[in-house]
Design a protein around this ligand. Structure first.
Ligand code: GLU
Ligand code: ZN
Length: 295
């Protein structure tokens, strides 16, 4: 990839929702934290719709995301980008990895893989034709370590924990890990602020970034938002879709969950400006439990 490698890159952050369901309160927390962190450091902030997994995309979710961005009055520094329009770029990255002999075709069926979480490398040396097969990237036995701004030092060994992983599925869908790395690099993203549910993905992304020789990124994984039963809020357990009638109240609660100094109820844009001025990532608590309307 041809990416600028200058040492001091200007802060660029992003919010990158997958439109597999409407945005919920946990998504709002991520959006607000990435936005305030970027803007408080005079950085830019982008929105990217991660819609590569076409069978799982809901059109209504895309419109809900757009409505949320507008209603909460986030100020974007570039037009929203859609991954489905950028498949050629992910293909290009795969071609680069083919040149480097870092990828191979895998013909294993789901049945053959069974419930094994770790891929054995069965097809690594079979040199199969790439056509109509899944494509896996080779990993190596060295641990990948990074310093997360909130979660501290993290290491993982991809070979032990995962094995060679899929970048392109047999049905032609690019894996999220690849698309994220390619787009973060091409958009010049310097800081990723997102939920801790993605902490485990980070080593894979760092590995791909190393192979594609893209600049490294600062990570901040937010504590997950739980309801009072200790369940993670997600689209799967039907967390409420954000109700845009209550945008100022929701914003106030999101900032409260993030441990920030209170902001007065007002137009969202005014509230966000106050939140940016007061923003302190150090105040984010290690656990976020939501009460009130999110029980
Ligand atoms: N699209 C991913 C999600 O909605 C987040 C990607 C990221 O922030 O790296 O879970
Ligand atoms: Zn295989």
């Amino acid at each position: 990839m041809s990416v600028n490698h200058t040492q001091t890159r200007p802060y660029r952050g992003r919010f990158a929702p997958s439109p597999t369901g409407p945005l919920h309160f946990g998504s709002l927390i991520t959006a607000v934290a990435s936005y305030c962190d970027a803007k408080s450091k005079h950085g830019q902030w982008f929105v990217r719709i991660e819609d590569t997994d076409i069978p799982r995309i809901h059109q209504n979710s895309v419109s809900h995301i757009l409505a949320c961005i507008e209603c909460f009055e986030f100020e974007l520094d570039a037009p929203i980008l859609y991954q489905k329009d950028r498949l050629h770029l992910y293909q290009h990255a795969i071609e680069q990895l083919k040149q480097q002999q870092q990828v191979y075709a895998c013909q294993c069926t789901r049945k053959m893989l069974g419930s094994n979480a770790i891929y054995s490398g069965h097809c690594r040396d079979l040199h199969l034709d790439f056509e109509h097969q899944a494509i896996r990237v080779k990993v190596d036995p060295h641990p990948i370590c990074f310093q997360d701004q909130l979660q501290g030092h993290h290491c993982s060994n991809l070979q032990q924990d995962l094995g060679d992983f899929v970048l392109l599925r047999r049905d032609g869908i690019f894996n999220y890990q690849l698309a994220v790395v390619v787009d973060d690099a091409l958009q010049g993203i310097t800081h990723v602020v997102r939920g801790s549910d993605l902490l485990d993905n980070t080593a894979r992304q760092i590995w791909l970034s190393q192979l594609l020789k893209t600049p490294s990124i600062n990570y901040m994984h937010l504590p997950l938002a739980m309801n009072k039963h200790g369940q993670k809020l997600s689209k799967q357990n039907l967390a409420h879709a954000l109700d845009l009638k209550n945008a100022p109240q929701l914003l106030q609660q999101a900032l409260q969950c993030l441990g920030q100094a209170p902001v007065e109820l007002n137009r969202p844009n005014v509230m966000l400006k106050q939140a940016i001025q007061q923003w302190s990532a150090q105040q984010i608590p290690p656990h976020m439990t939501l009460r009130g309307i999110y029980q």
